[in-house]
Design a protein around this ligand. Sequence first.
Ligand code: PLP
Length: 363
Amino acid sequence: MMNETIENTRITVQPVTKSRINEVDFDNLVFGRKFSDHMFEMVYADGKWGEPLIKPYEPFQITPATNVLHYGQAVFEGMKAFYADENTVHIFRPDVHHQRFNNSCRRMCIPETDFETFIEALETLIKLDRKWIPKKAGTALYIRPFIFASDDLLAARSSDKFTYQIITSPVGAYYAEGFNPVSLTTTDEYVRAVEGGTGEAKAAGNYAGSFLPAKKAKADGYTQVLWLDAKEHKYIEEVGTMNIHFLIGDTLVSPALTGSILPGVTRRSVLALAKEWGLNVEERRISIDELFEAYENRDLKEVFGSGTAAVVSPVGLIHHQGKNIELDRDKPGEFAQKCFDEITGIQYGRREDTFGWVHKIGI
Ligand SMILES: Cc1ncc(COP(=O)(O)O)c(C=O)c1O
């Protein structure tokens, strides 16, 4: 079987001589700790991308002067592959993830990549490492494509050399013990991103800058920060690794993509479903004051986050300047649950994929 895979791709494949799969406890998967046997790599130098390669996952050498270590010129993606049956694996919306990957590259002055190589790399990796795809309900193979500046260059300008890699990691069910409602707090002290900055790119530095505020929020007893806009400190943007949605009356309100918010693939899917189901959908600016007002008027029905990791995360509490919105959710609201059931149903092949979101791979 392995030879078949190698012959069918233009990607050079160097298979492992010995799999590390026995090191993995598939009953106790910890997010992002174990990596499948193979990885993809392609290097950009002399103005063009080189030959694609799949090789054993292993450490590699860089010098202390490597550009990314100093200036953070790096982008990444986060997506998942799902075990559908013994012959089929589903990747969720790889086209949209790849578009976002290229958008991130453009903003970070990194050369774009082509979709054909991306999808061929994913198909080849998944076939080679098919034993790494967990099978239990709710589990998945997390896929992390990334590109970083790999020149030896201690000058604060764009690198001329880049390394593009894709690694994969089996991940457990996000909600193995039931849904965990998250509690969010705004902060007056920090902002995540500003229009014109890098917030809508999936750029490494966006995350580094959010770790301190996230740590402080945790120390104060909240799960994550609910980011407000950087200019007026008034409009709701998003959460650490998820977009946010509000069901107000019978309208689903999601903060508009103003340039400082990451355009989530799950967000896009939630909004498409809501429209399909005939709900009023508004992508617009929504202020924290409007949210408190809707809560006080009892119009605020549901609050939930959306992201690749959890699909939907019910929000139980929002804290802002000494006041709380308390929804006391130990499970998602009716609408968020419906989104969760539909999206996961499509991902695992239990529901019809009427939108064409799933890319099927025969294994
Ligand atoms: C900052 C941020 N916002 C939102 C999301 C949700 O995006 P997606 O639904 O594509 O996972 C993520 C996760 O990737 C994120 O890192």
